[in-house]
Design a protein around this ligand. Structure first.
Ligand code: DQA
Length: 159
């Protein structure tokens, strides 16, 4: 099983940008923790960050046939990008949206969310720990998919 982690604009500035909102951890540190957890869980993981909407759309499309799950923080594009929403919908993979801050208790414009409705789940407001929660959530989703596949296999054998 493979997860692709997709990080949107300005998340490469974590640890520098607005520490009171996003915390002090750098993106590389967050990714190192996710990699450790993935290794312990026997899951392949790939990381991608871009400040460009089209590159994020391309990366989501590449996940089709290559990955079994997506963890995405579309950052500011969350609030504007129908293209990213449509790409998530198109590949139809289990997708967990992460926001470091609680976007619901910030400026009005952050309450508009283009992607939430096409994601499996959203994790907001836990700080960088939200990425770990997303990993735990994705492992649970993978376990459930495996359990259903196993049941279907047994049912087919019993026929
Ligand atoms: C963010 C919230 C967005 O509103 C903002 O534009 C970001 C980061 C978060 O992780 O809290 O860049 O997605």
């Amino acid at each position: 099983m493979k997860i692709v982690v997709i990080q949107g604009p300005n998340l490469n500035m974590l640890g520098i940008r607005e520490q009171q909102v996003y915390g002090a951890m750098k993106l590389e540190q967050i990714h190192a923790q996710m990699r450790d957890f993935a290794e312990q869980s026997g899951i392949e993981i790939e990381f991608f960050q871009s400040n460009f909407e089209g590159e994020i759309v391309d990366k989501i499309q590449e996940c089709y046939g290559d990955a079994q799950g997506i963890i995405i923080n579309p950052a500011a594009y969350t609030h504007t990008s129908i293209a990213i929403r449509d790409a998530i919908s198109a590949v139809n993979l289990p997708t967990i949206e992460v926001h470091i801050s609680n976007i619901h208790r910030r400026e009005e414009f952050r309450k508009q969310n283009m992607v939430a409705a096409v994601c499996t789940s959203s994790i907001v407001g836990f700080g960088p720990f939200g990425y770990h929660l997303a990993m735990v959530g994705m492992v649970q989703i993978f376990n459930e998919i495996r359990a259903v596949q196993e049941m279907q296999k047994q049912a087919a054998q019993a026929e």
